[in-house]
Design a protein around this ligand. Structure first.
Ligand SMILES: Nc1ncnc2c1ncn2[C@@H]1O[C@H](COP(=O)(O)OP(=O)(O)OP(=O)(O)O)[C@@H](O)[C@H]1O
Ligand SMILES: [Mg+2]
Length: 221
Protein backbone atom coordinates (compact mmCIF):
# COMPACT_ATOMS: atom_id res chain seq x y z
CA UNK A 1 0.00 0.00 0.00
CA UNK A 2 2.69 2.48 1.09
CA UNK A 3 6.40 2.05 0.49
CA UNK A 4 9.37 4.21 1.39
CA UNK A 5 12.40 3.50 -0.79
CA UNK A 6 15.88 4.63 0.33
CA UNK A 7 14.54 7.72 2.04
CA UNK A 8 17.04 10.31 3.26
CA UNK A 9 16.08 13.56 4.90
CA UNK A 10 18.66 16.19 5.66
CA UNK A 11 17.64 19.48 7.27
CA UNK A 12 20.05 22.22 6.25
CA UNK A 13 20.45 25.63 7.79
CA UNK A 14 23.33 28.05 7.05
CA UNK A 15 25.50 26.61 9.77
CA UNK A 16 24.24 23.12 10.47
CA UNK A 17 23.18 19.94 8.69
CA UNK A 18 20.96 17.43 10.48
CA UNK A 19 20.46 14.01 8.99
CA UNK A 20 16.96 13.15 10.28
CA UNK A 21 16.45 10.00 8.18
CA UNK A 22 19.22 7.82 6.85
CA UNK A 23 18.37 5.38 4.04
CA UNK A 24 15.00 4.25 5.35
CA UNK A 25 13.14 1.43 3.61
CA UNK A 26 9.71 0.58 4.94
CA UNK A 27 6.63 -1.11 3.55
CA UNK A 28 3.18 -0.75 5.08
CA UNK A 29 0.57 -3.33 4.09
CA UNK A 30 -3.04 -2.45 3.36
CA UNK A 31 -5.08 -2.85 6.55
CA UNK A 32 -2.02 -2.96 8.78
CA UNK A 33 -1.81 -1.13 12.14
CA UNK A 34 1.85 -0.25 12.53
CA UNK A 35 3.60 1.41 15.48
CA UNK A 36 6.78 3.43 15.23
CA UNK A 37 8.88 3.78 18.37
CA UNK A 38 12.24 5.34 19.22
CA UNK A 39 13.88 8.03 21.36
CA UNK A 40 13.14 11.72 21.01
CA UNK A 41 14.82 13.22 17.96
CA UNK A 42 15.33 9.92 16.12
CA UNK A 43 13.19 11.02 13.16
CA UNK A 44 9.72 9.60 13.85
CA UNK A 45 7.76 12.76 13.06
CA UNK A 46 9.95 13.44 10.05
CA UNK A 47 9.16 9.93 8.81
CA UNK A 48 5.42 10.40 9.29
CA UNK A 49 5.50 13.77 7.51
CA UNK A 50 7.28 12.24 4.55
CA UNK A 51 4.92 9.23 4.49
CA UNK A 52 1.94 11.60 4.49
CA UNK A 53 3.46 13.83 1.82
CA UNK A 54 3.53 16.85 4.12
CA UNK A 55 7.26 17.07 3.52
CA UNK A 56 9.53 15.92 0.70
CA UNK A 57 12.54 13.66 1.21
CA UNK A 58 16.02 14.91 0.30
CA UNK A 59 16.35 11.70 -1.74
CA UNK A 60 14.42 8.47 -2.19
CA UNK A 61 10.85 7.80 -3.27
CA UNK A 62 7.42 7.31 -1.74
CA UNK A 63 5.11 4.85 -3.47
CA UNK A 64 1.39 4.66 -2.73
CA UNK A 65 -0.58 1.79 -4.28
CA UNK A 66 2.26 1.20 -6.70
CA UNK A 67 2.39 4.81 -7.86
CA UNK A 68 5.53 6.86 -7.24
CA UNK A 69 4.14 10.12 -5.88
CA UNK A 70 7.49 11.77 -5.19
CA UNK A 71 7.49 13.53 -8.54
CA UNK A 72 4.02 15.11 -8.25
CA UNK A 73 3.83 18.90 -8.31
CA UNK A 74 2.61 20.79 -5.24
CA UNK A 75 -1.04 21.05 -6.36
CA UNK A 76 -1.40 17.41 -7.35
CA UNK A 77 0.44 16.36 -4.22
CA UNK A 78 -1.94 18.36 -2.03
CA UNK A 79 -4.97 16.87 -3.80
CA UNK A 80 -3.59 13.35 -3.52
CA UNK A 81 -2.71 13.86 0.16
CA UNK A 82 -6.18 15.17 0.96
CA UNK A 83 -7.82 12.08 -0.57
CA UNK A 84 -5.43 9.48 0.78
CA UNK A 85 -4.36 10.50 4.29
CA UNK A 86 -5.95 11.54 7.56
CA UNK A 87 -3.66 13.11 10.16
CA UNK A 88 -3.88 13.04 13.95
CA UNK A 89 -1.35 14.99 16.01
CA UNK A 90 -0.32 14.94 19.67
CA UNK A 91 -1.45 18.54 20.15
CA UNK A 92 -4.78 17.97 18.31
CA UNK A 93 -4.24 21.03 16.04
CA UNK A 94 -7.87 22.10 16.13
CA UNK A 95 -8.92 25.66 15.31
CA UNK A 96 -10.20 27.15 18.54
CA UNK A 97 -12.34 29.85 16.94
CA UNK A 98 -14.37 27.28 14.98
CA UNK A 99 -17.02 24.94 16.34
CA UNK A 100 -16.39 21.21 16.58
CA UNK A 101 -18.59 20.67 13.51
CA UNK A 102 -16.75 23.32 11.46
CA UNK A 103 -13.36 21.87 12.44
CA UNK A 104 -14.42 18.49 11.08
CA UNK A 105 -15.71 19.89 7.78
CA UNK A 106 -12.35 21.56 7.03
CA UNK A 107 -10.64 18.82 4.95
CA UNK A 108 -13.71 18.62 2.71
CA UNK A 109 -13.61 22.33 1.86
CA UNK A 110 -10.49 21.72 -0.22
CA UNK A 111 -12.29 19.25 -2.49
CA UNK A 112 -13.94 20.07 -5.77
CA UNK A 113 -16.72 17.51 -5.24
CA UNK A 114 -17.03 17.32 -1.49
CA UNK A 115 -20.59 15.94 -1.25
CA UNK A 116 -22.83 16.99 1.62
CA UNK A 117 -20.16 18.46 3.88
CA UNK A 118 -22.26 18.92 6.98
CA UNK A 119 -23.82 15.46 6.76
CA UNK A 120 -20.40 13.82 6.39
CA UNK A 121 -19.01 15.79 9.34
CA UNK A 122 -21.99 14.78 11.49
CA UNK A 123 -21.43 11.12 10.58
CA UNK A 124 -17.73 11.35 11.46
CA UNK A 125 -18.56 12.94 14.83
CA UNK A 126 -21.14 10.25 15.49
CA UNK A 127 -18.49 7.63 14.77
CA UNK A 128 -16.22 9.07 17.48
CA UNK A 129 -19.12 9.48 19.92
CA UNK A 130 -19.29 13.27 19.94
CA UNK A 131 -22.64 14.06 18.35
CA UNK A 132 -23.63 15.92 21.52
CA UNK A 133 -20.69 18.36 21.34
CA UNK A 134 -20.96 19.64 17.76
CA UNK A 135 -21.55 23.29 18.62
CA UNK A 136 -18.86 23.43 21.31
CA UNK A 137 -15.54 25.14 20.68
CA UNK A 138 -12.39 22.98 21.07
CA UNK A 139 -11.43 24.85 24.27
CA UNK A 140 -14.69 23.65 25.85
CA UNK A 141 -13.72 19.98 25.46
CA UNK A 142 -11.66 17.56 27.52
CA UNK A 143 -8.36 16.40 26.04
CA UNK A 144 -9.80 13.03 25.03
CA UNK A 145 -12.79 14.70 23.39
CA UNK A 146 -10.53 17.15 21.52
CA UNK A 147 -8.50 14.21 20.21
CA UNK A 148 -11.70 12.46 19.12
CA UNK A 149 -12.66 15.60 17.16
CA UNK A 150 -9.23 15.48 15.54
CA UNK A 151 -9.87 11.83 14.63
CA UNK A 152 -13.28 12.75 13.18
CA UNK A 153 -11.52 15.39 11.07
CA UNK A 154 -8.98 12.77 9.99
CA UNK A 155 -11.63 10.28 8.81
CA UNK A 156 -14.28 12.64 7.38
CA UNK A 157 -12.78 12.46 3.90
CA UNK A 158 -12.72 8.65 3.99
CA UNK A 159 -8.92 8.28 3.71
CA UNK A 160 -7.38 4.83 3.32
CA UNK A 161 -4.46 5.68 5.60
CA UNK A 162 -4.43 7.35 9.02
CA UNK A 163 -1.14 8.78 10.26
CA UNK A 164 -1.12 9.49 13.99
CA UNK A 165 1.83 11.22 15.71
CA UNK A 166 1.67 10.39 19.43
CA UNK A 167 -2.15 10.60 19.46
CA UNK A 168 -2.29 9.73 23.17
CA UNK A 169 0.81 11.72 24.16
CA UNK A 170 -1.12 14.49 25.89
CA UNK A 171 -3.81 12.31 27.45
CA UNK A 172 -4.10 10.50 30.77
CA UNK A 173 -4.14 6.71 30.60
CA UNK A 174 -7.94 6.35 30.61
CA UNK A 175 -8.41 8.81 27.76
CA UNK A 176 -5.44 7.25 26.00
CA UNK A 177 -7.13 3.84 26.14
CA UNK A 178 -10.33 5.35 24.70
CA UNK A 179 -8.39 6.78 21.77
CA UNK A 180 -6.60 3.46 21.23
CA UNK A 181 -9.93 1.65 21.22
CA UNK A 182 -11.21 4.05 18.59
CA UNK A 183 -8.11 3.59 16.43
CA UNK A 184 -8.45 -0.20 16.66
CA UNK A 185 -12.08 0.09 15.57
CA UNK A 186 -11.14 2.26 12.58
CA UNK A 187 -8.56 -0.37 11.70
CA UNK A 188 -10.58 -3.56 12.15
CA UNK A 189 -14.15 -2.47 11.33
CA UNK A 190 -13.40 0.13 8.66
CA UNK A 191 -10.26 -1.49 7.29
CA UNK A 192 -8.18 1.66 7.48
CA UNK A 193 -4.42 1.36 7.45
CA UNK A 194 -2.87 3.09 10.47
CA UNK A 195 0.67 4.21 11.20
CA UNK A 196 1.09 5.49 14.75
CA UNK A 197 4.10 7.03 16.47
CA UNK A 198 4.11 6.26 20.18
CA UNK A 199 6.35 6.25 23.24
CA UNK A 200 3.95 3.88 25.00
CA UNK A 201 5.13 0.29 24.77
CA UNK A 202 1.89 -1.35 25.88
CA UNK A 203 -0.10 0.62 23.28
CA UNK A 204 2.44 -0.32 20.63
CA UNK A 205 2.14 -3.99 21.59
CA UNK A 206 -1.60 -3.89 20.85
CA UNK A 207 -0.81 -3.15 17.18
CA UNK A 208 0.16 -5.56 14.37
CA UNK A 209 3.84 -4.61 14.18
CA UNK A 210 6.38 -2.33 15.86
CA UNK A 211 9.19 -0.66 13.93
CA UNK A 212 11.98 0.78 16.07
CA UNK A 213 14.07 3.77 15.05
CA UNK A 214 17.35 5.11 16.35
CA UNK A 215 19.26 8.07 14.92
CA UNK A 216 17.27 8.19 11.70
CA UNK A 217 17.54 4.49 10.99
CA UNK A 218 15.37 1.47 11.47
CA UNK A 219 16.85 -0.91 14.02
CA UNK A 220 16.09 -4.48 15.04
CA UNK A 221 15.93 -4.99 18.77
N1 LIG B 1 12.71 21.81 10.47
C1 LIG B 1 13.83 21.29 10.97
N2 LIG B 1 15.03 21.88 10.78
C2 LIG B 1 16.17 21.34 11.27
N3 LIG B 1 16.23 20.19 11.97
C3 LIG B 1 15.07 19.56 12.20
C4 LIG B 1 13.81 20.06 11.71
N4 LIG B 1 12.82 19.21 12.09
C5 LIG B 1 13.43 18.22 12.77
N5 LIG B 1 14.78 18.41 12.83
C6 LIG B 1 15.76 17.53 13.47
O1 LIG B 1 15.60 16.24 12.90
C7 LIG B 1 15.72 15.23 13.89
C8 LIG B 1 14.45 14.37 13.90
O2 LIG B 1 13.34 15.16 14.37
P1 LIG B 1 11.88 14.54 14.58
O3 LIG B 1 10.98 15.65 14.92
O4 LIG B 1 11.54 13.72 13.40
O5 LIG B 1 12.13 13.59 15.86
P2 LIG B 1 11.08 12.66 16.65
O6 LIG B 1 11.63 11.28 16.61
O7 LIG B 1 9.72 12.89 16.15
O8 LIG B 1 11.24 13.21 18.16
P3 LIG B 1 10.11 13.35 19.32
O9 LIG B 1 9.93 11.97 19.91
O10 LIG B 1 10.76 14.28 20.30
O11 LIG B 1 8.87 13.92 18.71
C9 LIG B 1 15.98 15.94 15.20
O12 LIG B 1 17.36 15.89 15.47
C10 LIG B 1 15.55 17.36 14.95
O13 LIG B 1 16.29 18.26 15.70
MG1 LIG C 1 8.00 13.72 17.00
Amino acid sequence: MLTLNDINKIYRTKTIETCALNNVNLHVEKGEFLSIMGPSGCGKSTLLNIMGLLDRPTSGTVTVNGEDVTGLGDRELARFRNRTFGFVFQSFQLINTLSVLDNVTLPLLYRSNPGNIEQLAREALEKVGLSHRMTHKPTQLSGGQAQRVAIARAIVGNPAIILADEPCGNLDSRMGSEIMELLHELNTSDGRTIVMVTHNESQAKETDRIVHFFDGQQVTL
